[in-house]
Ligand binder design. Structure first.
Ligand code: G3I
Length: 360
């Protein structure tokens, strides 16, 4: 017996040591997933739309991903395929195939499509970065992009993140490194909404940003921006709150973000939800039952708070991709993490139960 125990300990140390040294993702053990009740899905259980950002490459190549997208979600956002550089890589070149694929997939399976994103400071294509022209030429460039893209998907894409992340992280001012801000001034924002509305008067138009839950400075700046747009009569219908958040974020801050957005009376979209479990970047952290429970509690709190805002403002909640191995977080921050409600094999995690519990 003693010999057998020593063997088990030695084996555990060898395997544990090997795993620790690897860069492979850590797979949650079966007890960290929840039993599957096939009669329940997120899209059926929740009283508002529940969506996911999807990656076309995974959608094409992993059947389990495709299955879970079809089964669980009723709203889809393209994680990357509708961004400026992907759709419009040359001044006179548009590449539609990836965005078309996603829109066709969504139509085939009866899912709403939320368009992400028309105007963003990040990753403008080289031709935009090198573009020479006066303010009128830049205005025309932005208008042409917005209207060409929206016209193609008119009637198929219900809503758009027209402008993404225009407010700086600190200080409450505009994000001045944005090429759009530099070339057109802060008016680029209202112009983008006006051009979008001209292209598709039926589309719901969102201002999307992150950090509403960080504290009052950025949140207030975003809300002031939105109120000023409305005071000027600019067509804006919703606030997208990304909510790339973490399990240590206080419920007070999360609730303040949701409730102040709802107080505007606009549509509220929790647009890119993920809840990081390893915000401090601990390289040998593993997904434990303790973390799973805290994850579940944070998902539940967010869903419960969202479910309490007026029904007619609940545009929905969208998670930023589906399973942990699809998340942008581990590669961006070079750390293990488990931010989503599905594990690497698309098994439901405790967080999934938290989402369901949030509407009980
Ligand atoms: O597809 C290419 C691949 O061919 C190439 O080999 C590889 C080398 O770097 O890059 C691949 O493209 C990457 C793409 O993701 C697809 O994986 C880009 O480099 C990378 O920059 C891109 O990152 C995306 C990022 O936005 C920037 O556009 C993330 O997937 C996406 O999750 C992230 O999403 C953003 C939202 O749009 C806005 N809010 C924040 C959120 C997270 O950063």
């Amino acid at each position: 017996m003693k010999k057998y125990s020593l063997f088990l300990i030695a084996t555990g140390l060898i395997f544990g040591g090997c795993l620790k040294g690897q860069n492979d993702p850590v797979f949650p053990s079966p007890e960290l997933t929840i039993p599957v009740d096939e009669s329940i899905t997120l899209q059926n259980a929740l009283p508002f739309k529940f969506g996911a950002a999807v990656n076309n490459n995974i959608l094409r190549t992993r059947a389990a991903y495709r299955d879970v997208v079809i089964k669980e979600f009723n709203s889809l956002t393209s994680e990357n395929a509708m961004k400026f550089a992907q759709l419009h890589p040359g001044e006179n070149t548009y590449t539609w195939s990836e965005a078309d694929y996603l829109v066709d997939f969504a139509q085939t399976h009866g899912k709403r499509v939320h368009g992400h994103t028309l105007i963003w400071h990040k990753n403008p294509p080289a031709w935009v970065q090198n573009f020479q022209g006066d303010a009128a030429a830049w205005d025309n460039l932005m208008k042409t992009h917005i209207q060409t893209v929206m016209s193609r998907y008119k009637g198929k894409v219900a809503s758009w993140d027209v402008v993404n992340e225009a407010i700086a992280n600190e200080g409450g001012g505009y994000r001045t490194e944005s090429i759009w801000y530099q070339k057109l001034g802060p008016e680029f924002i209202e112009k983008a909404f006006i051009y979008a509305h001209q292209a598709d008067p039926d589309a719901l138009l969102f201002y999307n940003d992150y950090g509403h839950e960080y504290g009052p400075t950025k949140r207030t700046a975003i809300l002031n921006l939105v109120s000023n747009l409305r005071a000027k009569g600019v067509p804006i219908h919703g606030i997208g709150m990304q909510f790339h958040t973490r399990y240590t974020q206080s419920n007070t801050n999360l609730a303040a973000a949701i409730n102040t957005a709802a107080a505007t009376g606009l549509q509220v979209h929790i647009a890119e939800l993920d809840i990081a479990l390893n915000p401090d970047g601990i390289q040998d952290l593993t997904y434990s039952s303790g973390l799973a429970e805290q994850h579940k509690a944070k998902y539940e709190f967010i869903v419960r708070t969202y479910n309490a805002i007026p029904k007619n403002q609940q545009f929905g909640i969208t998670t930023w991709n589906v399973g942990d191995s699809d998340s942008w977080i581990p590669s961006e921050y070079k750390r293990p993490d488990w931010p989503l409600p599905f594990d690497n094999n698309y098994q439901r995690k405790a967080a999934y139960q938290g989402i369901l519990d949030g509407v009980k």
